[in-house]
Design a protein around this ligand. Structure first.
Ligand code: PLP
Length: 404
């Protein structure tokens, strides 16, 4: 017998957390595992941000914040969107603060989805998108963004996926897990397909905006498709840019009607995210930004270390990410091979399982993101850990390749 509502059967625990837990269980048994499963900056939150939080506590700024967020923070967000993205939002009615970007996404879907409404996801997608859609009675429509196309959607595939039931198209640039950065043209193409469907909205998850490499440039969906302003929700937050995952501050900016509904939901559920975190987030957005660029450079160096290392390893093909901090490695060459125990590696979940057992490196299978066969490795890890991962993957995969 279960106490759980039937809707709980539509979701599982986040696969990246599940792999990470398996890695931690091995570590507790004394196995030395390199855990590259979780997407979490390993840098400290900048000092000025921590200091602002200490000051907020001492000044007694510890009461509830308004459900849409602290007005000072909303003004800082509007300023950031204007300054960085050339987007104008009224902080009083078009911006809301949530308990991380995740809750903003969840509330936006909850505020808008009727049962059976369709949500178009571009695979590979962030694992929490389909879970939220299914929980809220929506139907997921997947558009595969193939590696050959730089993990971008083709106009033909996208057009075929939109119907009169489409409520949302979810865009994520730079992308988790692909690391793809959509150009203004890519976004304009998506916008033109959506424009033909008057009931469809676009949610643009821009949480990795500040982690971008080489000569890639970030364009917000709002900049690329100003004509869709009334149908666009920009989602962003501080977790990745300012190494603030545990502070739980994300935000949404969009039409007042939608933001109003999301705020109403917050007022009846979370009330607000921590007031102290909001004071800290205001400092993060308005104060010294030097660590943001410094951390980006460090991620880029780590990306190079991992990509260069894995290019020398058999059976895994790293695909160079242009942003975020994940390497989505193609593991097609592992599929069909037989392990020393006589088991066939049938799919990328088996491949990730093999790498965890035999290389003692935790990565997440592409199946979790709706595109196979890949394994995602996070490079939000130290140089030493990344070198160790490359060595251990190299040893295990060389053994696997030569034993066939
Ligand atoms: C694409 C994407 N969106 C949203 C989130 C969640 O961010 P937050 O910590 O602000 O809830 C993540 C975290 O991994 C992510 O990868």
């Amino acid at each position: 017998m279960t106490v759980q509502a039937s809707r709980m059967a539509s979701i599982t625990t986040s696969p990246s957390m599940a792999v990470s837990e398996a890695a931690k269980a091995m570590m507790a048994d004394g196995v030395d595992v390199v855990n590259l499963a979780l997407g979490e900056p390993d840098f400290a939150t900048p000092d000025n941000v921590c200091d602002a939080a200490f000051a907020a506590i001492r000044e007694g700024r510890t009461a509830y914040a308004p459900p849409a967020g602290d007005p000072e923070l909303r003004r800082a967000i509007a300023h950031k969107l204007q300054h960085d993205n050339d987007l104008t939002f009224d902080p009083g009615s078009e911006v809301m603060v949530g308990v991380g970007a995740k809750q903003v996404i969840f509330n936006a879907l909850m505020a808008t989805l009727e049962p059976g409404d369709e949500v178009v996801l571009l695979a590979p997608y962030f694992v929490s998108y389909p879970a939220a859609v299914s929980l809220l009675g929506g139907v997921v429509r997947v558009v595969e963004c193939r590696r050959e196309n730089g993990f971008r959607p083709s106009a033909v595939d996208l057009e075929a996926a939109l119907t009169e039931r489409t409520r949302w198209v979810l865009v994520n640039t730079p992308g988790n897990p692909s690391g793809a950065v959509f150009s203004a043209d890519d976004l304009a193409m998506i916008g033109s397909v959506v424009a033909a469907h008057p009931r469809a909205l676009v949610m643009s998850d821009e949480i990795y905006e500040k982690i971008i490499f080489d000569s890639a440039t970030f364009t917000s969906f709002g900049q690329a498709c100003p004509d869709l302003r009334d149908r666009t929700l920009i989602v962003n937050g501080l977790s990745k840019s300012h190494a603030m995952t545990g502070w739980r501050v994300g935000y949404g900016a969009g039409p007042a009607d939608l933001i109003g509904a999301m705020t109403k939901l917050a007022s009846q559920s979370t009330t607000s995210t921590s007031t102290i975190s909001q004071v800290a987030a205001t400092e993060a957005l308005l104060g010294d930004q030097s660590t943001v660029a410094e951390n980006c450079k460090r991620y880029e160096a780590r990306r190079d270390l991992l990509v260069d290392g894995l290019s020398q390893v058999p059976l895994l093909e790293p695909v160079l990410p242009q942003g975020a901090f994940y390497l989505f490695a193609d593991c097609s060459a592992m599929i069909g091979l037989v392990t020393a125990d006589g088991d066939v590696i049938a799919n990328d979940s088996d491949a990730a399982g093999f790498l965890l057992r035999e290389a003692r490196v935790a990565g997440v299978p592409g199946a979790a993101y709706g595109l196979e066969p890949f394994v995602r490795f996070s490079f939000a890890a130290s140089d030493d850990e990344l070198r160790k991962a490359v060595d251990q993957l190299g040893d295990a995969l060389t053994r696997l390749a030569s034993s066939q």
